[in-house]
Design a protein around this ligand. Structure first.
Ligand code: SF4
Ligand code: MSK
Length: 629
């Protein structure tokens, strides 16, 4: 390490930011025009409004809508990039990529109404890619994947007028409405927030997930390892970080190139070791079992091990601090997206046409940097944990029902008989305002202890994997009796890793499959299910939360909540919205209380479905059961 430089990591920078602006925390400041910035100041005579007359309801709602639009656009632009690559692969213009899951391609083609008779796989793929890409610019009608939702749900959206029409259209309209002097009605602004978020969940994110599965393979349960201990002192260590697997998939291929492995050996290393951070980690784990180094708040610390030759990043959740931190070590930071450059990083422009070539170039840079590693500075914590990842909604079908009778029936039956009390989606980021990973862990352990099957994505999944909840043996020790029995019988951990942030669309599809299997109501809102992002920080999390609420789920956010500056908007989101869409938001930062809120909601739904008694019956002995029957 360069002794002259003082390293400042996220926690110290947070301290330096304190006290953080109260107007900002309450979201009651507006910078949408140059008459401002305006702040809502509460006085005894009432609140002082913005120069244009905007009150706290308008300002807070506009700020929230903007954040949701940004979150939705991040996911959707990811989906667009995948669709564009998909078309190039079909046209054989993208070297190194291929269609890995032809079965899913055919299934999707039929769903999209494509005539596949006599057509080659590439022709079908091109048509599928074009239809998906068209969803971004579509101006009217409904996004094609919204038709996957239960019919009752589609009707709710149609009656409220929040069915998303086109992905880009909803984001643009969101921004237009928040322009000075346009939409100033918090309720109307929230209608657009719902439409925009739904265009993410049932649009951009779902397109990203489905097309990635076809290109790189639909995940199936796979063993992996997680935590800093997966860095290897004897190997060239490369970290892939960000979100889009278009880049990381090629880095994985390049790292297997015998010539590059030989070069690594010539430089004194035993080989090339790839590890992931954030959602890129989830993507390469799900399909290749590539080890995960850590989640969002581990990115800076990974460099401080001194063992990382190169960190290659694409888009989203990449800290601007990385080049400065890496300058204290030998680590190279490589940006690859025209959309995401960082001062101090080396930029290697990545394109589909030259993907493999560029990936090899990047891997070679890492190998050549191995000799610059200062062995005396290397400190790799030994900790690592086994996990099972790779659960798609399709693989859950087969795990539960077997290859020849694939079905969600066993899951539904075990929810109905009470062995599984309900389903929880626990997702989202880390936030340095709370102790790293701790809220995720306390919450998830209480949920599984209470027989709730937990589905996970994003950095929350990595947090729980590090704690051993995704180890199919160790994880069972944390599960309640009923859940443990089901997991043991099926051979799954009580906490299911479903992928990256865009793969929350898998959770939407899993919920839809449970509804369509029957016996648990006609809509997602009737399921004994709830969701949470206990350590969220990104705007994408707000978009995810809103599309889950608008799809009928109860969603709790922790750490902080962006509408407390407006009583009316908060009341709408925490209470009134439920009458319209069946789902609602809540805020709670204590993990114990978050679990209680989710369990209460799950139990209320069980009661409404008339299956609350079934759960009590689990405790009965055989004689009592016979009597009941
Ligand atoms: Fe102030 Fe209104 Fe301009 Fe916002 S839009 S900065 S509240 S004048
Ligand atoms: S990476 S959005 S910190 S989950 Fe998807 Fe993690 Fe949140 Fe980024």
């Amino acid at each position: 390490m360069n002794g002259e430089k003082k390293l400042t990591l996220f926690d110290e920078r947070l301290k330096l930011q304190k006290p953080q602006c109260k107007f900002g925390i309450l979201e009651i400041c507006c910078r949408n025009c140059s008459m401002g910035p305006c702040r809502i100041i509460q006085t005894e005579k009432g609140s002082k409004k913005g120069v244009c007359g905007a009150d706290e309801d308008t300002i807070v709602a506009r700020n929230l809508l903007r954040k949701i639009a940004v979150g939705a656009s991040a996911h959707s632009d990811h989906g667009r990039a995948v669709a564009e690559t998909f078309i190039k692969v079909a046209r054989k213009e993208a070297v190194g990529y291929e269609i890995k899951d032809e079965f899913k391609l055919i299934k999707l083609a039929l769903e999209l109404g494509i005539d596949i008779n006599g057509k080659k796989i590439e022709e079908i793929a091109e048509k599928v890619g074009e239809i998906c890409l068209f969803q971004f610019g579509q101006q009217e009608g409904q996004l094609i994947f919204t038709k996957r939702a239960p019919l009752k749900r589609q009707k709710i959206w149609a009656e409220l007028g929040i069915t998303p029409r086109g992905i880009d259209r909803e984001v643009v309209e969101a921004l237009h409405r928040t322009h000075m002097g346009t939409d100033q009605d918090y309720y109307n602004l929230m209608k657009q927030a719902q439409r925009c978020a739904l265009s993410d969940g049932w649009g951009g994110s779902m397109i990203a997930t489905d097309l990635q599965d076809i290109l790189f393979g639909t995940p199936e349960p796979i063993l992996g390892r997680v935590n800093f201990g997966v860095l290897n002192q004897d190997y060239v260590n490369i970290i892939v970080h960000g979100h889009e697997p278009l880049l990381s998939e090629m880095i994985v291929v390049a790292a297997e190139d015998p010539e590059l492995i030989n070069l690594a050996k010539q430089k004194g290393a035993k080989g090339i070791n790839i590890g992931g951070i954030c959602c890129t980690a989830n993507e390469v784990l799900m399909r290749h079992g590539i080890p995960i180094i850590g989640n969002f708040l581990n990115q800076e610390m990974a460099i401080t091990t001194g063992a990382v030759e190169l960190m290659v990043v694409d888009v989203q959740c990449i800290m601007a601090s990385l080049p400065e931190i890496s300058s204290c070590f030998h680590t190279k930071i490589i940006t690859t997206s025209e959309k995401a450059k960082i001062p101090g990083a080396i930029h290697v422009q990545f394109t589909e046409e030259t993907a493999l070539e560029k990936a090899k170039e990047i891997v070679k840079m890492a190998i050549e940097n191995f000799e610059n590693r200062k062995k005396e500075d290397v400190v790799i914590p030994e900790t690592q944990m086994d996990l099972v990842g790779g659960f798609s909604y399709e693989s859950i079908y087969y795990i539960l029902g077997g290859r020849f009778r694939a079905s969600y029936r066993p899951l539904n039956d075990n929810i109905i008989n009470g062995k599984i009390r309900g389903i929880a989606g626990v997702v989202g980021c880390n936030n340095p305002k709370v102790a790293h990973d701790q809220i995720h862990l306390k919450l998830v352990s209480k949920l599984i202890e209470n027989d709730v099957l937990v589905l996970q994505t994003g950095c929350s999944a990595i947090a729980c994997a590090k704690a051993g909840f995704m180890d199919s043996v160790k994880g069972l020790d944390y599960a309640g009796k009923g859940l443990r029995e089901v997991c043991e019988a099926v051979g799954i951990p009580p906490v299911i890793h479903m992928g990256s942030c865009v793969d929350n669309s898998r959770i939407l599809m899993a919920a839809t499959c449970v509804v369509k299997e029957g016996g648990l109501g006609d809509d997602i809102s009737e399921l004994p299910a709830a969701g949470c992002a206990p350590e969220w920080m990104s705007e994408k999390a707000l978009s995810i939360g809103q599309y889950l609420v608008s799809s009928g789920l109860f969603i709790v956010f922790g750490v902080t909540w962006p509408t407390f500056g407006s009583k009316n908007l908060t009341k709408y989101l925490f209470e009134e919205i439920e009458k319209e869409v069946g789902g609602k938001w809540a805020f709670e930062d204590d993990p114990d209380k978050i679990a209680d809120l989710m369990l209460k909601h799950i139990d209320e739904k069980r009661k409404k479905l008339g299956i609350d008694k079934a759960r009590e019956r689990v405790l009965y002995d055989m004689a009592m059961r016979r009597e009941l029957e």
